[in-house]
Design a protein around this ligand. Structure first.
Ligand SMILES: Nc1ncnc2c1ncn2[C@@H]1O[C@H](COP(=O)(O)OP(=O)(O)OP(=O)(O)O)[C@@H](O)[C@H]1O
Length: 250
């Protein structure tokens, strides 16, 4: 088991935004956190990232307790909706950044960094953009760079918070496939926050459907569709039928 979340609870003031959340993730799995606005998806992802800390509960990764571990020591890669690339650095320099910042003892040699960056850019189908600056890229290309940059440090887990939501539908669909391919090829686990049902059902091995700080159901997409665990899940997924009937499939 890669990640184990046990009874995680989080308050903002007197507002309980996560209520004893439990979730376990296998190695290499792709999990989506899906739910309406305010259901606690981002808060849960930030706690997994170590950018925020839970008020109760435990987190472990590969058997190691990481509940109190600070973000940079977790070695998780992150991609956000408005992922700020360094505007004064080229694409290749952006992707190399995390490796160059490593302490000398663990920093790969310059040539090794160069070949690793190029390989990641090729994998993300942006090899030809290596020398461009972020201002010369489309939104979709920027997110591909952000993804390559997150993967460059060889993260133990990839965390994505609505990475495609600012992009138009066509670009978003293309990127979904690219993300899924890249994640499986690199072989690391990923957790994606989204409020887009279609996105979650297309991309994830398992989906955690959240409402009011709780996980209502955590299962494979087909099982959720076959047997919604609660009235909330059934109602929440009503809109998905039309999409499936339109032949999108899962
Ligand atoms: N820094 C904060 N201070 C106080 N309340 C917060 C803070 N961040 C989030 N909240 C509240 O916590 C709850 C969960 O928010 P969160 O951002 O995790 O939800 P979400 O499911 O990711 O929503 P969205 O899809 O809109 O991003 C919401 O009620 C939100 O208003």
């Amino acid at each position: 088991m890669a990640l184990n979340i046990q009874d995680v609870t989080k308050f903002y003031g007197s507002n309980k935004v996560l209520d004893q959340v439990n979730l376990t993730m296998q190695k290499g799995e792709f999990i989506a956190l899906l739910g309406p606005s305010g259901s606690g998806k981002t808060t849960l992802l930030r706690i997994i990232a170590g950018l925020q800390f839970a008020d109760g509960g435990l987190l472990s990764f590969d058997g190691e307790d990481i509940t109190g571990t600070e973000a940079r020591l977790r070695r998780f890669g992150m991609v956000f909706q408005s992922y700020a690339l360094f505007e004064h650095m080229t694409v290749a320099e952006n992707v190399a950044f995390g490796l160059k910042m490593r302490p000398r003892a663990t920093r790969p040699a310059r040539a090794e960094i160069g070949s690793r960056v190029q390989a990641l850019l090729e994998m993300g189908e942006i090899g030809q953009l290596a020398d461009r600056y972020p201002s010369q890229l489309s939104g979709g290309q920027r997110q591909r760079v952000a993804l390559a940059r997150a993967l460059a440090i060889e993260p133990r887990l990839l965390l994505l918070d609505e990475p495609f939501s600012a992009l138009d539908t066509k670009v978003r669909k293309g990127l979904r496939g690219a993300l899924r391919d890249l994640q499986k090829r690199v072989g690391i686990g990923a957790i994606l926050v989204t409020h887009d049902q279609e996105e979650a059902f297309e991309i994830a091995d398992r989906i955690a459907i959240m409402a009011d700080g709780r996980i209502e159901q955590f299962d494979k997409p087909e099982n959720i569709l076959k047997a919604p665990a609660t009235p909330f899940v059934a109602e929440f997924l009503e809109g998905l039928g039309a999409w499936q009937n339109a032949g999108a499939g899962i």
